[in-house]
Design a protein around this ligand. Structure first.
Ligand code: NIG
Ligand code: FE
Length: 412
């Protein structure tokens, strides 16, 4: 089956180089005007190499009407499987409570864990599928999803099995992360050792045996997991074949970045609270710093120091952190806009951070994240826009006309 996208005003994000972008290379973006793109059996087969190239024949033609075509967003950090929303905590925050205050009184992650324990696998698949469809229509074509609201053997396995079903049933490229070390459940509040050995000795062998996760994550934060605890859990994950991707430096200078780099994490995520030591440490590593601007926005925190990270030559990505407590939005268009407006990233930098670098932060850069022959045809066709910069600039408009996943148009 051959599908042609004709009349492309500008094909952007063309590259067969799958290395993570850093420094000046983050703003490099290859584009081709007056282009066409051919899809064969769900994969990009070819595209025009010059402006006068004649489009080939195909079974189906999609007229891009002179708009932009981009690789779909690669959202490398989400908690998309959850049982219920938490808008009551949102109101508590408006009234003055902090994220830490809410967590301390049993809200936050523990609130979501309580709700998740009451939901069936079927219910969780259904609500997560709705969220996946929503973000697909907003242009996301690859996504990482974490466990971490189970906090028990049954709960964590239930979440990971839900993600496994989503992988099988969805057209999005999905990666799964075991985040049992998200918070200490009440029974283990004073028995960290007991909880950590449950994660390492009981859960990890089952997860590895049933191939339920690709990555391991720890919430390295004051009041949650210490750097030493984080390191132990990550090393155990590595022994079971899971690469770490950790929550670091969100609320405090938690030592998470340093720990992540030490264990060779694929990414350290959040980075609202950074100092020069953490920046230098990240800059001299292969670990990707993933920034989650909508979480900083929602929690009214300082935004991530993107310019300092780029200037220091750190590899950075952008993701949504979609979750009910700190970022109840999986809209990557908003993430890209916010990165330009508040983090002062150039549009090309933000788009690369949300596509090819996001793909690198999920280890799927060989199959998605750019326009290149052989990659999945997971694409965004925009509405008619005057320039690429217009995408993040017009932050309130939905500028997506069509989304393709494996070469097929996503229907509402
Ligand atoms: O990435 N920081 C820890 N975990 C999530 C929040 C989870 C929640 O509040 O439910 C985050 O922000
Ligand atoms: Fe998170």
């Amino acid at each position: 089956m051959r599908t042609l996208i004709s009349n492309i005003g500008c094909l952007a994000g063309i590259t067969a180089d799958n290395n993570v972008r850093r420094g000046d290379s983050l703003r490099a973006m290859d584009m081709l005007h007056n282009a066409w793109l051919l899809i064969e059996d769900g994969f990009i087969a070819d595209f025009s190499r010059h402006e006068t190239s004649i489009p080939p024949n195909a079974d189906i033609t999609i007229d891009a009407r002179n708009a932009y075509v981009l690789p779909s967003w690669c959202d490398s950090h989400t908690h998309l499987v959850f049982a219920t929303s938490r808008e009551e905590e949102f109101v508590d925050k408006i009234r003055g409570l902090s994220y830490a205050d809410i967590a301390a009184k049993g809200g936050g992650i523990l609130n979501s864990a309580g709700k998740l324990s009451l939901a069936s696998e079927e219910e969780l698949v259904e609500s997560a599928t709705q969220r996946l469809n929503e973000v697909a229509l907003l242009g996301t074509g690859a996504i990482e999803i974490k466990s971490g609201y189970g906090l028990s053997v049954e709960g964590e396995l239930k979440m990971l099995r839900v993600i496994q079903r989503l992988k099988r049933e969805s057209k999005l490229t999905i990666k799964s992360t075991f985040l049992g070390a998200h918070a200490f459940p009440p029974d283990y509040k004073n028995d960290h050792e007991g909880y950590i050995s449950m994660l390492i000795d009981e859960l990890l062998p089952v997860i590895a045996n049933e191939q339920l996760a690709d990555f391991i994550d720890v919430f390295c934060e004051t009041g949650f997991f210490s750097p030493e605890e984080t390191e132990r859990v990550c090393l155990a994950g590595i022994r079971h074949g899971l690469k770490p991707k950790i929550h670091a430096n969100q609320l405090n200078l938690s030592g998470g970045v340093e720990t992540g780099v030490k264990v060779g994490a694929l990414s350290v995520d959040h980075l609202e609270t950074m100092d020069q030591h953490a920046i230098n440490c990240l800059a001299n590593s292969a670990t990707i710093g993933t920034m989650l601007p909508t979480a900083a926005y929602f929690l009214r925190m300082n935004f991530q120091p993107a310019r300092q990270l780029i200037d220091a030559n750190c590899a950075i990505a952008l993701a949504s952190d979609y979750n009910p407590g700190s970022s109840p939005s999986g809209n990557m268009n908003q993430v890209v806009s916010m990165a330009c407006i508040q983090l002062k990233m150039l549009p090309e930098e933000a788009i690369n951070a949300a596509t090819i670098n996001g793909a690198c932060a999920m280890d799927v850069q060989e199959i998605v994240g750019s326009i290149a022959p052989g990659k999945k045809a997971n694409l965004i066709i925009t509405k008619q826009i005057p320039s690429l910069a217009y995408l993040p600039y017009a932050f309130g408009s939905n500028l997506i006309d069509k989304v393709l996943l494996e070469g097929e148009i996503v229907l509402p």
